[in-house]
Structures are given as C-alpha cells and as structure tokens.
Design a protein around this ligand. Structure first.
Ligand SMILES: Nc1nc2c(c(=O)[nH]1)N[C@H]1C(S)=C(S)[C@@H](COP(=O)(O)O)O[C@H]1N2
Ligand SMILES: [Mo]
Length: 206
C-alpha cells in the first residue's frame, strides 16, 4: 500500500496553512492556467446597483436585506488564494477583496438548526454547501478582483469566493444566502455534481 512517508507528505500538501511550491498547490487531475477563464451557464445578467439587493434568509433570527451602499459600508478583507474549476483548470494567487461570509451571516443571527446553505444568484443559479465550510476566514462576498472592481463576466458586482472547494461552489452575481436545516442540491448538484466538491480528494461527481 502507500508508503507512510508519502502519506505524510500528501497530508502536508493538503494543509492550506503551509507555504507550498506552485507544483504542490495544484490538486490531482488539475492543470495550471495563467489566464483567468470565464465559465458561465447562460448569459451575464445586467444588474443595476441602484436596485441591487442581497438577502440573508431562511433559518435566521434577523433576516437581512442590504442595498449596495449598505453592503459596501461593511468591513472588508483581502485574500490571495488559488481557485480550482472542476473542468480541470487551477489558477494560483487570485487576489479578492470583500466582506467575510461569516461577518454577514453573524449579523443575521442563524438559528442553531441551520446546518447548510443555498447560494442564490441573479439569473437563477444556485449551489449548496455546509454552513461550516462557508464560515472559514477566507470565504468572501467579493467585489474586487486583483485590485479592480469585479468584472460582470466574473460575477460582478459581487460573487462568493470559496477557495477550498471546486469553483462551481462559488456563485457569481450572488443575491441570496438561504440557511437551511437539510441539504438540498443546487444547479450543478442536481445534474450529478458533488454536494461537497473538495478538489484535493477530487469530489467531482456525487
Ligand atoms: N451565477 C453563476 N455562478 C457561477 C457559475 C454560473 O454559471 N452562474 N459558474 C460556476 C462555475 S462552474 C465556475 S468554474 C465559476 C467560474 O467563475 P469565472 O467565470 O469567474 O471563472 O463560477 C461558478 N459560479
Ligand atoms: Mo467550473
């Protein structure tokens, strides 16, 4: 079976806190791209910032509905992370700035039974993840990419960025965060993709 030293090396490679060589940062079955691809199912929605809203709803004690000016008044964080698309491209060192997911959800006061989240987007896209996956420090509601406003084709004005999951788990044009007790499949998950989507263990299909 597997050499124990190789197993330890693999575990260390999977630890996001450890600084790693570029070659070690590319998950199994992925290749590196330097140019940032656009991957959208359907057209890019036209979104007016004057009517843009973000809702946090479902199993929360204090549902939220934020306008663009309310949202952009919240404290932001900047992260540099690698992103991995299930179609096998990986892009290293993407720089995102936005509001931490945990910060937004804390304001809505989730009920103790809230275990899982459905992301909703302008245009109807949805994707699901466990709440605990979204509470990690580097999960952002991002509106700046590489120090510029996020372009519409990449999900502007605002998208979720969940760097430790395949990138279909990061909804572009996010407009709703629904907290749920029971997991429910989103758009690609209904088509057979994985509910969890960990690129390091190749959770591509459910
Ligand atoms: N609303 C919405 N979000 C989406 C998608 C989409 O089609 N619509 N595609 C997903 C997929 S499969 C990927 S790989 C990434 C692509 O983001 P990008 O176009 O910025 O590369 O967005 C994800 N989020
Ligand atoms: Mo993707």
């Amino acid at each position: 079976m597997t050499d124990p030293l190789e197993r330890v090396a693999r575990l260390r490679r999977a630890d996001p806190k450890r600084p790693r060589e570029a070659s070690e940062r590319i998950p199994p079955g992925q290749y590196q791209t330097k140019k940032y691809p656009v991957l959208s199912y359907g057209p890019t929605p036209v979104i007016d910032l004057a009517t843009w809203r973000l809702k946090v709803f479902g199993l929360v004690a204090a549902p939220l509905e934020l306008s663009w000016s309310e949202f952009t008044a919240l404290p932001t964080t900047r992260v540099t992370v690698d992103i991995h698309c299930v179609t096998r491209w990986t892009m290293l060192d993407a720089v995102w700035e936005g509001v931490p997911f945990a910060e937004i959800v804390r304001r809505a006061a989730p009920e103790p039974e809230a275990k899982t989240v459905m992301q909703h987007s302008y245009g109807g896209y949805t994707t699901n993840l466990p709440l605990e996956d979204l509470l990690r420090d580097n999960v952002l509601l991002a509106y700046r990419y590489n120090d510029e406003p996020l372009g519409a084709e990449h999900g502007g004005p605002m998208r979720l960025v969940v760097p430790h999951r395949y990138f279909w788990k990061s909804a572009k044009w996010l407009n709703g965060i629904e907290l749920l007790r029971n997991d429910r499949p989103g758009f690609w998950e209904q088509a057979g993709y994985h509910h969890h989507g960990d690129p390091w263990t190749e959770e591509r299909f459910g």
